[in-house]
Ligand binder design. Structure first.
Ligand code: NI
Length: 174
């Protein structure tokens, strides 16, 4: 079922979500299926359970190509439950982000360039990867949702925040 995505201002987006305690349950599989359909319906690059009002540490991301991020390299579709992130090094880079909870908006956000992340898929299979670039950016963005953090809260210069159809980014189209 396609679910409603909460928009910024809804207090449910600000919670620290609870860990998932049981894998492979009908409830968790149904949640992941709803998230997958909702993300696909909206051409999202990722989605986190708090964005549909579910207080659990479940995120997903990935795409072959995405009209919202036409320049980005492909990221394998991944369901990530109870994730743990570790920056590799201190290097950060700025990049444009959007969010289904802030429709129409874009902003430049600093993120760690290289990242190790671990967690589980919805059936409890362990996932562990080292990534960089846009893949690392998407994981940091989605996992921030699990801690009640929306990308404008990470921005350093609010002059690079605005509506995608007004901004002259050269690389982002909605
Ligand atoms: Ni988001």
């Amino acid at each position: 079922m396609i679910r409603e995505v909460l928009r910024m201002g809804d207090e449910r987006l600000l919670r620290v979500a609870r860990p998932v305690e049981a894998f492979g349950t009908p409830e968790l599989l149904a949640l992941v299926e709803d998230m997958r359909k909702t993300m696909a319906h909206l051409d999202g690059a990722g989605l986190a359970a708090p964005q549909i009002g579910v207080d659990l540490r479940v995120a997903m991301f990935g795409f072959e190509s995405n009209p919202r991020y036409p320049q980005a390299e492909a990221v394998p579709f991944t369901v990530l439950v109870n994730p743990v992130l570790e920056a590799l090094g201190t290097e950060q880079e700025d990049g444009w982000e959007g969010c289904l909870s802030l429709p129409g908006l874009r902003g430049v956000v600093p993120r760690f360039t290289r990242l190790r992340y671990a967690g589980f898929d919805e059936r409890g299979e362990r996932i562990e990867r080292e990534v960089a670039g846009f893949h690392a950016r998407v994981v940091q963005h989605e996992c921030d949702h699990l801690d009640g953090i929306l990308y404008p809260m990470r921005m350093r210069d609010m002059r690079s925040f605005g509506f995608a159809d007004v901004l002259k980014t050269g690389s982002v189209a909605e």
